[in-house]
Write a protein that binds this ligand. Structure first.
Ligand code: IMP
Ligand code: MG
Length: 181
């Protein structure tokens, strides 16, 4: 088990498993009939996933534009809170196909909020791709269009995801054993 910051981390999805899944996701996305695709990466958690996925999308023959939106829903704890936009995208989404990229779909509040916002601004379509889906936690009416992996009901870290700002740099997705921080 890797030890980081003095904690044992149990690996759930390793780097090569994630990399091959990203290629499959990109091929899945390439099947859709997108005309003017705008990828919107939901910061901070999705930054590594989005970076890898858009390069896999290039390999799959898709050339999207990329934007970033920053949402806070967790603060520094591990329980879901209110959704707040900390940074908006810069581009107009009118008549565009929007693909939201997030690390985890849990309650669904975050993606529901952003989807409704993009639709209210006149986006032609709004779909999402998430690395991990915690279906058992869903409270909002939204589903993932593309899912990397179904996620067990653990608080996970790594590959962009943090607990109290730590562990984003891990090249794998894992669970911190013992007290997380
Ligand atoms: P939702 O709004 O409840 O769907 O929450 C989704 C957001 O919460 C994701 O974008 C993540 O940033 C964060 N999140 C949910 N579960 C975890 C986890 O296990 N580890 C790290 N972040 C998480
Ligand atoms: Mg997030």
């Amino acid at each position: 088990m890797p030890v980081v910051r003095g904690k044992d981390i149990e690996v759930l999805f390793n780097a090569s498993t994630i990399a091959s899944r990203n290629l499959e996701l990109a091929k899945e996305i390439a099947q859709r009939d997108y005309k003017d695709l705008l990828v919107v990466s939901v910061l901070k958690g999705s930054f590594i996933f989005a970076a890898d996925l858009i390069r896999a999308m290039h390999d799959a023959g898709i050339s999207p534009e990329v934007e970033f939106i920053m949402i806070s829903s967790y603060g520094s704890g591990t329980t879901s809170g209110e959704v707040k936009m900390l940074r908006d995208i810069d581009n107009d989404v009118t008549d565009r196909d929007v693909l939201l990229v997030d690390d985890i779909l849990e309650s669904g509040k975050t993606l529901r909020f952003i989807r409704d916002l993009m639709l209210s601004r006149g986006a032609r379509s709004v779909r999402n791709v998430v690395l991990l889906d915690k279906r058992m936690r869903r409270t909002s009416d939204i589903n993932a269009d593309h899912v990397g992996f179904d996620c067990p009901d653990y608080f996970v870290v790594g590959y962009g995801m943090d607990v109290a700002h730590a562990f984003r740099e891990l090249p794998f997705v894992g669970v911190v054993k013992g007290d997380a921080v």
